[in-house]
Structures are given as C-alpha cells and as structure tokens.
Design a protein around this ligand. Sequence first.
Ligand code: 3ON
Ligand code: FE
Length: 494
Amino acid sequence: TATSPQPKTTSSQTSYCVSEWQGGHRSLKEEYSYWIDDIEGQIPGDLRGTVFRNGPGLLDVNGDRLHHPFDGDGMICAFSFHQGKAHFQNRFVRTEGYLAEQKAGRILYRGVFGTQKPGGWFANMFDLRFKNIANTNIVYWGNKLLALWEAGMPHRLNPATLETEGLDNLGGVLGDGQPFSAHPRFDPGDAQHPPRFVNFSVESGLSTKLTVFEFDLGGQLIQQYSHSIPGLGFFHDFVLTPNFTLFFQNPVVMNPIPFVLGLRGAAQSLQFLPDQPTTIWIIPRNGKDPVQRIDTEACFVFHHANAFEQDHKILVDSVCYSHFPTLGPEEDYRNVNFDQYPAGQLYRFTLDLNQQQVYRDQLASRSCEFPALHPRSMGQDYRYLYLGVTHEATGNAPLQAIQKLDLRADSQSTDPAQIWSAAPSGFIGEPLFIPKAQTTQEDAGWVLTLIYDGAANRSELVILDGEDLSRGAIARLKLKHHIPYGLHGCYTPE
Ligand code: 3ON
Ligand code: FE
C-alpha cells in the first residue's frame, strides 16, 4: 500500500541522522524534464494542474560554497498533473546575477545572508550591490508566472517551459528596481467584495516606506497606499482581513559598518533588541482611515498563518521566534546546533484596538514553520491549519512531519492535532493545501509536500489527505534525483 508506518522514536537524537539531513543541502546543477514513472499509490483524479515551487538550487558556485542557503539562486520546480500522470521539470531563473556568475565560474556578488566574494573582506568592502536571486516564492497572478525575492522586482517566467522572460514591473505599477515582497496574499473576498491579490513593497532609508498594492484577479491595480514608519522595517510577510493589512515590525536595528567593510552580510548585521517591543502596524484597506499601532513583547516573525476580525478585535496567528535566527560569519549552516537555535512556535495574537492591548497565546507546542490553509479561509475565522513540524514533540530539529491543527477543538477533551511524519530519513518542505473539487468543507483538500529522502538521496512529492493525515501518503511521486531544501510555491488548476 502507499501508506508508510509511522516511525517510533523517543529522542531528538534518533529522529534523524545529521549526514542524511545534510544531503538536502547540495546544489542541483542539472535541469530536467521528464514524466515521473516511479509512483507509489495513486494521484487523485481531481488534481489537474501544476504545482510550482521555488527555492535555492545552488549552494555553491563552481565549488565555492555559499554561506547560507537563502543566498542561493532561485530554481523552479514544476509538477504538472495530467490524466493521472505527473510531469516534472526544473529550471533556474536566469537572473542577471545567475547568468554572470555561471559565465565567470565564480561568485561575483555578496549575499544578504553572508556569502562573500572570494578574496576576504578587502575584496568585499564597499560592494553594497544586491543580486536579485528570485529564490523565495513563485505565484501565478493575473496570467503571469512570477518568481519573487523580497529585495527586488519579480522575474516573469514562461509557465509551460519555465524560461525566464525578464523582470516584470506589473504593467508599470512598480518603479524601476522597486522591490516586491515574496509573500503576496490572496483575498478571497465575499458577496460584496470581489477577490483580490494583495502584496507590499518595503523601501528603507532613515525611515521605512511601506506600500500595499491591491490587484484584481486579472492583474489590474485596484488601489495602492503607502505609509512611512519610523526605524528599520524588515517585513518578510504580512496578513490581511477584509478591512486591514497587518505588519509585524520586529525589533531589529542594522549596524551597517561590518556590512560596508565587507565583514558581514546585510542580514548578519541586524541586531535583535529583546528589550524593545515588536510593533504591529494595522493599516486600513480603505486607504483613508488612520494607521494604528500596537506594541507587544519582543519576538521575531517571518511567517504568518492567518488573521481575522472578531467582536471588534483582530486575531493574528504567526510563527514566532524568541530572537532573530541568524548565522554568524564563522558558523556553518550544515553543522548548526539545533538545540541552540531558536525554534518557530505558533502563537495567536489578539489585538484589542479599543483597549490598545495585545494578548498572546501559544497554540501548539511543537517547533514549526510554513503554515498553510484553505485559500478561501484567508482573512476569515478558520478552523484548520497545516504546518511543517519537527518529528519530536519537544526541542528543535529539522522539519520532518506535517501537522494538522483543529483550532476550534477543545484540547482538554479531544486530540486537536494530527501528524504525518517522514522520519527518520524524510525531511519535509512547505505544505501546500489544494481544495478538492466540488466541496466547500474547509479541510477537504490535498496536502502536498516535497520531501527529501536522505537515505535514497532523492526527493519525492508526497500527497496527503487534508481530511485525515493518518491515511498516510495517498501517492508518492519519486524523482530520479534530489531537490535542495526549498521555500515557497503555489498551485494553478489546469
Ligand atoms: O534592511 C533590510 C535587511 C534585509 C535582511 C534590507 C533587505 C531588504 C535587503 C534585507 C533582505 C532580506 C531578504 C533578501 C530576505 C530573504 C529571505 C529568504 C530568502 C528566506 C526566508 C526564509 C524564512 C524562513 C523562516 C525559512 C525557514 C525554513 C526552514 C525552517 C526549513 O529549511
Ligand atoms: Fe517566506
């Protein structure tokens, strides 16, 4: 059968083997295109479309290692489902920097997360350029396939061939070189409000300019509004409700000197201030009401799960770290000590705008990342959340399991969580929730994740049943090679 037994392990020492985990941190230089012939189980008949995923494809340039995976050039994977069969294709985004470095055969740019050009600090000092590496997310928006990286413009790709067509300014919406976040959100709308695509842009100087863009599904700009906020704003993600967009300003300051002198990357020059609050900015989507702010105790947030309005309050579910998880210049990401590295924890923030108060409650105990939910639940009171989690119930470790949370369950009486684990040799990526056809039930969907199998040194796409993860893998689509650990992606129906 296609279901695998759940491994039984008792300590974080045994849920995985470090050398198997490290295997997923290798470049994939080849570009493939083939029909997947090694399939266990059966691809659900209502999956007809393409799953696109993005992530760093190169962890080295001609043998010179990058300091951090987030500095790696974006490589797109596409899984297309067609009449119960699946086609796989991967291709690098031909960014200007990728083409130049491949031609030169060496690292020509510094990376935000600490990659340096060979030759020591002297060779890196005063080089403040960023290479737009297009490696964080890929969305199909307004009939365009766009590879996103938050400090630069989107790259447009051909959806059938994954060929890079060039930078895209979204029909003139973006100024030259204006960044476009890698975390756009879909607003499903309601009877009165048509659905929208919403995203933002962060431009920093002495203060930070935050611009929100709202597009219709055809890609036409409906409205845009900008606000200036004090201090440095490092916003990786945001959330929305029908009336607001919300941004968490993590308490970080930048010390530019080591960056300018070529000693550290920009992200390595951020300092987390544990005694300063995290500021939550609440921006009205009508573009005219005043922006509100509420402070909460210091935490660092990359990803939000969802937000919704309830009884004059706003509830926001986010993955929080106790401080900024960064990697110093002397550290090797492949030997990171997970016990000493901050773990992602799911929290619910309740914002009471009338009382100017914030309450926070931890929703789940396991270390987690990559929240996913039904697209129609975005901005709405919702029940089910899927997350990448550690195999073990406590401690920090690589993500090896998918957890389904029932946010309305009474945890006293019923088990609110369901878990499917790929341990000991499997390491999971971001779950992607794809609604099943002909039903509106919130958990009626397929949960897809790309896992790296450290024993076989190959990757596979695993399909789980969102209604019941304990059914195990409905299908496992095994690739002929590995895919380096990736970041985010999307699904586009045929
Ligand atoms: O002042 C700004 C500081 C800064 C760091 C200037 C800036 C905009 C240039 C900047 C750049 C930020 C960038 C380029 C961020 C890119 C982030 C990225 C590629 C990925 C982030 C991933 C986050 C998480 C939490 C991933 C988790 C993954 C796992 C747990 C599994 O592997
Ligand atoms: Fe992200």
